[in-house]
Ligand binder design. Structure first.
Ligand code: HEC
Length: 302
């Protein structure tokens, strides 16, 4: 009996070890076409300085100061020091992919940092590698690319139809195979709707929109679309569409609440306050009348 349970524990322990090893120890494989992706601009001291600011805010807490070997040691796997070989032997495209997608503890930054921010960070990381030379610059990608994004709601299929076209000298061509995402603007940040999808041969994606999304008082929603195409770079646009349910949100100060001014504070709060105030005064008056009485008594007995 004793032996059997020891054996069971041993087996369980091995399974856990092997599995965590498998999950975390696995090599981080980057798709071949992403490996070769290059920055749209030349890395300079200026871009590296900009990257440093973004790095300090978003990455330093885990990865430490590059070259100082002070990354967070309590994580498994450990976040590598950006100046160390483990990081530096990646291609620019690989680092870009890893920052964008994340893995396990390493967060995904594609919806947090713009492409420019991510390339600036790489520029900063590379400044700690004396033997690094920038292999290539992706000159196709220009942020001012003449891409036209359109969005319309199909009330029959209840889908949001997204289309992207790139202007050429003569006419315009669809942007094919570009990763596209949509978000709706909420109080605290953007909420993603539907999963990310690739544009088809006509540059079109149909997104499903959840029914009964609360909109503003007239049903308008602010929709943000983001498109990411290797050739043209990142493009984002905001549209106001009447596809939500009209919602009247009472203002934070509309009702009686703790944080409101006197005329709107909760009744129980006012009642408590005034009864304590009254109690104190009653007590004081009582004490005074007693004192007066005491004095009178003193006089009488004299
Ligand atoms: C919450 C902690 C955390 C934060 C914040 C974080 N990382 Fe990481 N990062 C990790 C961990 C852990 C790994 C190791 C992942 C692995 O190997 O499976 C990692 C791995 C990486 C890698 C891959 C290195 C390699 O071995 O190929 C890169 C590149 C990277 N991080 C860059 C960044 C950048 C740039 C930022 C900021 C924008 C950032 N990380 C923010 C924890 C973090």
């Amino acid at each position: 009996m004793q032996r059997k349970s020891t054996f069971k524990i041993f087996v369980l322990f091995t399974i856990v070890l092997v599995n965590t090893g498998f999950l975390f120890g696995q090599n981080w494989v980057v798709p071949a076409e992403k490996k070769a992706k290059a920055s749209p601009f030349l890395f300079t001291e200026v871009t590296s300085k900009q990257g440093e600011a973004v790095y300090t805010k978003n990455c330093q807490s885990c990865h430490g100061n590059p070259g100082k070997d002070n990354a967070l040691k309590s994580l498994t796997p450990q976040p590598p020091d950006p100046a160390a070989d483990k990081m530096q032997k990646n291609t620019d495209g690989e680092i870009f992919y890893k920052i964008s997608e994340g893995k396990a503890i390493m967060p995904s930054f594609k919806n947090i940092l713009s492409e420019t921010d991510r390339w600036d960070i790489i520029s900063y990381i590379r400044s700690f590698n004396k033997s690094y030379t920038q292999a290539a610059i992706n000159t196709n990608a220009s942020t001012s690319s003449p891409v036209k994004i359109r969005v319309k709601f199909d009330s029959i299929t209840k889908k949001l139809i997204f289309s992207a076209k790139k202007a050429t000298k003569k006419d315009s061509v669809p942007v094919v195979d570009a990763e596209t995402e949509i978000f709706v603007m909420r109080y605290f940040g953007n909420m993603q709707l539907d999963s990310s999808q690739q544009t088809n041969d006509s540059g079109i994606v149909a997104f499903s929109i959840p029914e009964k999304l609360p909109g503003d008082s007239t049903g308008f929603l602010k929709i943000i679309v983001k498109m990411n195409d290797d050739a043209t770079g990142e493009k984002s646009d905001t549209f106001k569409l009447k596809i939500g349910v009209p919602t009247i949100v009472p203002g934070l100060t509309a009702n009686r609440a703790m944080w409101n001014v006197v005329s709107k504070s909760p009744v129980w709060l006012l009642a408590t306050y005034f009864s304590i105030l009254l109690g104190v005064w009653v007590f004081l008056i009582y004490v005074i009348t007693r004192l007066v009485k005491l004095k009178k008594l003193g006089k009488e007995t004299k």
